[in-house]
Design a protein around this ligand. Structure first.
Ligand code: DON
Length: 321
């Protein structure tokens, strides 16, 4: 309120801005491309017409269009926050002893390591399994889960973060590739010595993929990244500034699966997508955006989400370059 009265808002022409966002939201809605993920029934049952856009600025201005209160599992978007939390707790150097920073040039779930015997980056499954295994590794599983829930809730400024147990159980049932990845990495001594149970490591990874958010809560989480790790709603520091910078760099180069190079070229913003059709996009020092629409393109990114970003960049000067 005080910023409004002082005419000191980060987006001063808020209503014209919101009108353009609404136009883009409506223009993208009729797209009928893509298919909803079917590898687990909980995702296969998602409504292909669901479409939500939420924005939260670094000074807490908000706008929401469409299905922005519907909960969805955050899937691979968790990889970005897990990395940021691990690096805030343990330091980037420690984390990068176990995981690289290089785009793999391979599928997100491929069985491969870099020349230093590490997963290529924290955004592929192998890297995310390693990163989550580092988090609070001395705690028991229940306390580790509670710890992450509380961290996520801080980053979302107390807005909705839930857990979908059916998704967790389904993920665990259909996880042959992730088991193969974990045991391959165990054989190659990729984990720190205290990580001995691959079932615990994988359960924790699946639990984090099964956390739920809404477009509204995830836009606040993205805005925390836009704001250097300080939640714009509570002004609490949740992520240290170096890991915040680092996670944005990794999202920029590796956040959109095998479309990451094209996305950074065309859109020029750090983003992370997940198989539920969620995408977070960060405009550093300005805003966090969450897009959710379940139909995915051949590379696994939300069709409406990617189309929205391309149109956004054609209307606003947000591309990094
Ligand atoms: O590990 C899996 O197969 C999924 N739960 C990951 C989901 C996802 O969004 C794909 N990620 N890179």
């Amino acid at each position: 309120i005080s910023r409004t009265l002082q005419n000191n808002l980060i987006v001063p022409s808020w209503n014209p801005f919101c009108n353009i966002i609404k136009e883009i939201f409506e223009a993208v809605r009729p797209l009928s491309d893509g298919d909803v993920a079917t590898y687990i029934p909980q995702l296969a049952r998602q409504n292909p017409d669901s479409w939500g856009v939420s924005i939260c600025t670094v000074d807490g201005q908000r706008v929401n269009f469409g299905d922005t209160k519907n909960p969805f599992c955050i899937q691979s978007v968790s990889k970005a926050f897990n990395y940021a939390i691990a690096a805030s707790d343990l330091g980037a150097d420690f984390v990068h002893h176990f995981v690289g920073q290089e785009p793999s040039g391979r599928l997100f779930n491929e069985i491969c390591l870099d020349s230093k015997n590490r997963p290529h980056n924290p955004m592929v499954n192998s890297g995310a399994i390693i990163v989550s295994s580092l988090i609070q590794s001395k705690m028991n599983m229940a306390d580790r889960f509670d710890y992450m829930l509380s961290q996520y809730r801080k980053i979302s400024g107390g807005e909705y973060v839930g857990f979908n147990n059916a998704v967790f159980l389904s993920e665990r049932l259909t996880a042959d590739r992730n088991y193969a990845l974990a045991y391959y990495m165990k054989e190659n001594k990729c984990f720190p010595p205290e990580v001995t149970s691959m079932t615990d490591a994988l359960d924790f990874y699946f639990q984090l993929c099964s956390l739920e958010g809404t477009c509204e809560s995830m836009s606040v989480m993205a805005a925390t990244l836009a704001n250097g790790g300080v939640c714009p709603l509570t002004e609490e520091r949740c992520i240290e500034s170096r890991p915040c910078r680092d996670v944005l760099s990794l999202m920029y180069s590796c956040g959109m699966y095998d479309y990451s190079g094209q996305f950074s070229f065309h859109v020029g913003l750090p983003a992370k997508s997940g198989v539920s059709g969620v995408m977070i996009v960060v405009v550093p020092n300005l805003m966090g955006i969450c897009l959710w629409s379940p139909p995915l393109d051949k590379l696994g990114n939300s069709c409406r989400g990617v189309a929205f970003c391309k149109e956004l960049i054609s209307r606003f000067n947000f591309h990094n370059y």
